[in-house]
Design a protein around this ligand. Structure first.
Ligand SMILES: Nc1ncnc2c1ncn2[C@@H]1O[C@H](COP(=O)(O)OP(=O)(O)OP(=O)(O)O)[C@@H](O)[C@H]1O
Ligand SMILES: Nc1nc2c(ncn2[C@@H]2O[C@H](COP(=O)(O)O)[C@@H](O)[C@H]2O)c(=O)[nH]1
Length: 351
């Protein structure tokens, strides 16, 4: 935990002038982060309000209203604020229930810095604190056809009360058996682009010619159900989540060979020839990044499905045959990475 806020005010009376020339509405906290003071709060006369945010920039002497991302606490009758790691403010809401009392406002995290560039404004991002023994979300990436969906389905079937799937949005057309709201939220590009602009997505990427993204709501819906969230997203998405506030476990699924990947994609029979070729072309770069970008905590080789599933269960602390600690660890980009069943990678360049 970092230091306490430089200036803490709570229970201010309506109309109190706080030295910033700001007309206080009460119940505000003032937290200094570098040159900026983040003013959080502002209650109405009935002493409940949504939690507003204003930033006082000491270097310019100006007030800024930031773009606010994420879901914020609904009402607040008073709160305390503590600065953590110089980049996020922990908010404890007074009079709230135990599972709704801790929130985080990211003010200078990598995620917020990225968003500032995109929005061209000051940006802050809310996230709800998870209390208790809730386990980290699981991000699963890998090239199209490697078996991510198959492995996730096996996991969800065997442990239905433990895992919840983060239902992504996509602009691609549904496949035969796919249901809207279950496999994906199928959406129009302009609608999704507008939602992205309004900060509704934790991450998004253009994948194989379509737009895909994880909405903040999708992840929160799983967290609210008390389950461990599983995200099936591409490598670009995994990179964005790494840079976000979401503290997750990152697993990359690798195929045994390009030939096997191609066979799986063809056997699935869900894509046209052109789409298969596009997915295979993209797979080579994805595998390269999956193996060497340092994004992933674990790399699993899906040669034999049952074996890969067992290794996945082990990683997630669900038992299995051999303890994961006895498996070989390699160092990639200064991070220890568990590599299960590494084979010499066979690349087959396409002309
Ligand atoms: N170890 C394996 N051996 C043989 N076939 C497999 C194996 N794992 C998965 N498959 C098969 O490969 C095909 C592709 O698997 P799946 O749809 O799960 O891939 P995916 O990674 O989710 O692809 P996408 O990213 O396009 O959604 C499926 O038909 C599946 O049954
Ligand atoms: N960045 C994101 N990638 C996503 C998301 N949901 C799915 N995906 C990835 O897209 C490809 C193709 O999926 P398909 O269903 O069309 O075969 C695959 O690699 C998925 O992992 C998302 O929300 N964000």
């Amino acid at each position: 935990m970092g230091e306490a806020p430089a200036f803490f005010v709570d229970n201010l009376q309506n109309g109190f002038s706080n030295g910033f020339g700001l007309k206080s509405k009460g119940f505000e906290t003032f937290t200094d982060v570098g040159d900026k003071t983040f003013v959080i709060g502002g209650a109405n006369s009935d002493s409940t309000s949504s939690v507003g945010i204003q930033i006082y920039d000491k270097s310019t002497g100006k007030w800024v209203i930031p773009t606010v991302l994420g879901t914020k606490p609904k009402t607040c009758k008073g709160h305390s604020a503590i600065l953590l790691n110089e980049d996020r403010i922990m908010i404890s809401i007074r009079g709230s229930t135990p599972d709704d009392c801790i929130w985080f406002l990211e003010v200078d995290t990598e995620y917020v810095k990225e968003q500032k560039k995109d929005f061209g404004t000051e940006v802050v991002a809310w996230s709800k604190g998870v209390t208790g023994e809730a386990e980290k979300p699981v991000v699963i990436s890998g090239p199209s056809g490697v078996g991510k969906g198959t492995l996730i389905n096996m996991l969800m079937k065997e442990f239905p009360s433990m895992f919840g799937f983060s239902v992504s949005h996509t602009t691609r057309a549904p496949r035969g058996m796919e249901k809207n709201g279950v496999h994906y939220h199928f959406t129009e590009r302009n609608v999704m682009e507008n939602d992205i602009k309004h900060g509704k997505f934790l991450e998004f990427a253009s994948v194989h010619g379509n737009l895909y993204g994880t909405s903040i709501e999708a992840v929160e819906a799983v967290a609210d159900s008390g389950k461990r969230c599983i995200l099936d997203i591409d490598v670009q998405g995994a990179r964005s989540v790494r840079a976000s506030y979401l503290d997750a476990v990152f697993i990359f699924i690798c195929p045994p060979s390009m030939r096997e990947l191609e066979e799986r994609l063809r056997a699935r029979g869900t894509e046209t020839e052109d789409q298969i070729l596009k997915r295979l072309r993209n797979a080579e770069a994805e595998i390269e990044q999956g193996e060497s970008s340092g994004i992933f905590d674990y790399i699993l080789y899906n040669h034999n499905l049952e074996e890969c599933y067992e290794n996945l269960m082990e990683l997630l602390g669900l038992g299995g045959s051999a303890p994961i600690k006895q498996k070989p660890l390699s160092k990639i980009n200064n991070k220890m990475v568990l590599i299960v069943r590494r084979k010499k990678w066979e690349t087959r360049r396409r002309t």
